[in-house]
Design a binder for this molecule. Structure first.
Ligand code: C2E
Ligand code: MG
Ligand code: MG
Length: 764
């Protein structure tokens, strides 16, 4: 596009005023005409018509003297700009003869010194005295106005482009689409022939072509990211760089991609990011000196829109990744797995091929965490992930659900057998030992398999399939770990039953269906009651009185154990205080309450129990809390804190079901227990099985050494009792003395005042 500097001409408006003055009666016509900032002329019709008069301003505007002009009849037509020539010459007909008001025409002319000027030609065609058609007209120099109009159009188009890109950025955050849009918007701007986006490479040393120029170049689309390329310089300085003319450019070498398309001038602006720049927006013209400061603002504005969108997208992606992945293993997490599984199930309703889900849980992971430390546990989880993947088909998805649980999605199965075959292959991932803390350990896993064949009529929810596989995994654990189990109809029935129990249990608390029974604990020295163990019961409206075995595990899994436990603690404390008042003369006895693992991991447990004690007025020494070893294995770090806080409250702590856990002795030392309760399975064996009798003897001896009380539970017969007395056990409970009884029966029993059992043979 040519540029002109019009020589001090008048605006049209002033010219018109001037002409009005003339027609209003100016006298020295010629003098006035020759002071006009326009060319007045008279010429014959036709491309090469003879010029009869031209005013002297022709020299100022077009660079030719009137003499030169009048001498050369071809001069006017020869100076017409090639693009406007045809239009200008089309006026050279007799058609407008006599029309007093013909439309003016504008066209460009090339001046003597090669500039381009815009001319507005206003003329009427009239015959002279001889009848020859003659143009009487005025040529105005309207270059300035034309340029201003052109700039205004460009500015408006540029603003529209920025607004359009901004709108797109809000609607669709995908930077690739947006970059394509940006370069095509640039291409629509007058004077821009092409545009491209350079992205900085990972090494920071090269720029790669990310958008634009696609259809025009072949081969290397790279540029240097250093100051020896114009784009590199823009990136480095974070400022725009203009190359006015590549043919005389000395600072920068031209990227081959630009040479290939014949670029003459370029403008590069950085696409900046908060942390680091992304790249460069680069616009080009096939003409030299094409880019002005106004263009810089525009191109920079577009680059800023892009920078924002790129940054937002990167943040979105990072967030999305964090939301959908497990940070320890880098595997998809449960949320993302459920998404993939739902998609697979939808696809399956169309394709008809079954979808399989393997639910994998490491065996004894808690024990590993506990004995080798959390670092070793993490190390194991990280090592399991790639091994699992190594035994799967390319499209299968492995996710970590949390803890030591993994989900594997096996899509497009032929049948159930294929899922089982894949599960068997996965077992191979555990054939080799895992290095933890520098030592090799063998680890096994239990796998539950569920396969779905969803149809449009019977769709399958992702959650349901996961639940089924989970149930199958539990079955695998029950049957001895390190195995695979396929979910079947019986498991489904059991899972449904549990759901039903959970639903009903939610209402049981509000409807007052829970009650506490109490089993007396006696001291073996005298047979007198020293305590009561509170054991929860559920008076089910249809199924009658239910034992904890029927509902406690459901309560634990669903979290209902928390409100239930709170209720138990409150009722037991109030009840035992009432009984104390029944026999004011005697030593007050203790009440024991059981805690589940989940309750022990709740950091607020000690606070809540403290409140209950304060509320009821029971002295903390009369409350005993029973915890099983498994509760401690699962979450030993939180459990330690909770148990210490409870011990600080002054309540007694009892290790329940002693002997059934993993490394019992270790727990006795680590936690502040006051007593241990020997599990029924050992008591059963007393006097019958020599080996286990010996174990009980050792337990009692050890407890003595640690100043712990020993309680035996499940005492059913005299033989067991005699053995316990012989071994020096302190207390006992069991059907031999009394079953767990409702509160009224206990009240009656206490009223009698007699020892519960008088058949005690003094120990040897
Ligand atoms: P546990 O704490 O070991 O309670 C002893 C269980 O043995 C009780 O079963 C009791 O009825 C039973 N038992 C007592 N003496 C004998 C006997 O001579 N022979 C036999 N065969 N059994 C005897 P129950 O009441 O069914 O409770 C089972 C388990 O449920 C309890 O084991 C305890 O772990 C849990 N549990 C009970 N109440 C609660 C509670 O309020 N909260 C929590 N978290 N768990 C509870
Ligand atoms: Mg107990
Ligand atoms: Mg027990």
């Amino acid at each position: 596009m040519e540029r002109t500097t019009p020589g001090g001409s008048w605006p049209e408006k002033r010219v018109n005023e001037f002409l009005d003055q003339i027609s209003a009666g100016g006298d020295d016509y010629r003098r006035l005409v020759e002071r006009l900032p326009a060319i007045v002329y008279a010429s014959e019709l036709g491309e090469n018509g003879r010029w009869r008069y031209v005013s002297p301003q022709v020299e100022e505007i077009l660079g030719y003297t009137p003499e030169e002009w009048l001498a050369d009849e071809e001069l006017w037509a020869s100076l017409l700009h090639p693009e406007d020539r045809e239009r200008a010459l089309s006026q050279e007909t007799r058609k407008t003869m006599g029309n007093r008001n013909p439309p003016p025409v504008d066209y460009r002319m090339v001046t003597r010194d090669g500039r381009t000027v815009w001319i507005l030609d206003e003329a009427v065609l009239e015959p002279d005295e001889d009848g020859t058609p003659i143009w009487h007209g005025v040529l105005y120099d309207i270059t300035e106005r034309k340029l201003a109009e052109q700039e205004a159009r460009r500015a408006a188009a540029q603003q529209a482009a920025v607004a359009r890109l901004g709108g797109r950025a809000l609607k669709d955050g995908d930077p690739d689409i947006l970059m394509g849009e940006a370069v095509s918007l640039m291409g629509e701007i007058e004077g821009v022939d092409s545009a491209c986006i350079w992205e900085i490479g990972r090494d920071g040393r090269r720029l790669g072509l990310r958008a634009g120029l696609e259809d025009r170049i072949v081969g290397a689309a790279r540029a240097s990211a250093a100051r020896d390329s114009h784009a590199g310089a823009a990136l480095d300085s974070r400022l725009h760089v203009i190359v006015d003319d590549w043919s005389s450019e000395r600072r920068f070498s031209m990227p081959p991609a630009l040479r290939a398309i014949g670029v003459r001038s370029s403008l590069a602006v950085p696409i900046d990011g908060k942390q680091q720049p992304f790249g460069v927006l680069d616009v080009h013209s096939t003409e030299p000196n094409r880019f002005t400061p106004q263009d810089v603002h525009f191109v920079q504005a577009l680059a800023n829109v892009l920078a924002d969108a790129i940054e937002r997208h990167a943040t979105d992606q990072a967030l999305r990744h964090r939301v959908l992945h497990d940070s320890l293993t880098g595997l998809p997490n449960r949320l993302s797995f459920v998404e993939s599984l739902s998609d697979a199930l939808k696809r399956s309703t169309v394709s008809g091929s079954p979808v399989g889900l393997l639910f994998l849980d490491l065996d004894n992971f808690k024990l590993i965490n506990d004995s080798l430390g959390h670092h070793a546990g993490d190390e194991l989880l990280r090592a399991v992930a790639p091994r699992l993947r190594g035994h799967l088909r390319p499209g299968d998805i492995v996710a970590r659900f949390g803890g030591d649980e993994f989900g594997i999605l096996v899509d497009r199965l032929a049948d159930e057998d294929e899922a089982v075959a894949i599960a068997d292959r996965i077992a191979a991932a555990f054939a080799e030992p895992y290095a933890m803390g520098g030592v090799d350990h063998f680890v096994s896993a239990s796998v539950g398999i569920a396969v779905a064949r969803p149809s449009a009529r019977e769709p399958v929810e992702a959650d349901m399939l996961i639940r089924d596989a989970d149930a199958a995994m539990y079955r695998a654990k029950e049957r001895g770990r390190g195995r695979c189990e396929l979910f079947d109809a019986e498991m489904r029935a059991r899972a449904l039953r549990r759901l039903e129990v959970e639903r009903e249990l939610r209402q049981a608390l509000e409807r007052n269906e829970l009650e506490l029974h109490y089993q007396p604990v006696i001291t073996l020295r005298s047979g007198e009651i020293t305590g009561l163990e509170a054991l929860v019961r559920w008076r089910h409206p249809e199924r009658g009185l239910l034992d904890p075995g029927d509902f406690v595990s459901v309560a634990e899994d669903s979290g209902l154990i928390e409100p239930i436990g709170h209720w138990v603690q409150e009722v037991a404390c109030r009840q035992v205080l009432e009984w104390h008042e029944l026999r004011p003369d005697r030593r007050p006895f203790d009440v024991s309450v059981n805690l589940s693992a989940r309750q022990v991991t709740n950091r607020d447990l000690a606070i809540s129990i403290g409140e209950i004690l304060a509320g009821s007025g029971l002295d903390p020494v009369h409350l005993r809390l029973e915890v099983t070893e498994s509760a401690l294995v699962e979450e030993s770090t939180t459990a330690t804190g909770t148990l210490e806080a409870l011990s600080d409250l002054g309540v007694g702590l009892v290790l329940d079901d002693f002997g059934t856990g993993y490394s019992s002795l270790a727990y006795l030392n680590r936690f502040p227990f006051d007593a241990l309760k020997i599990d029924r399975s050992f008591v059963d064996a007393l006097g019958v099985e020599q080996e286990r009798t010996a174990i009980v003897e050792a337990i009692v001896g050890m407890a003595r050494a640690l100043s712990l009380e020993v309680i035996a539970e499940g005492v059913e017969n005299e033989v067991q009792l005699a053995e316990l007395v012989r071994l020096g056990c302190d207390q006992a409970q069991g059907h031999l003395f009394s079953r767990a009884l409702p509160a009224e029966k206990i009240t009656a029993l206490l009223g009698e005042g007699a020892p519960l059992y008088s058949g005690i043979v003094p120990g040897r």
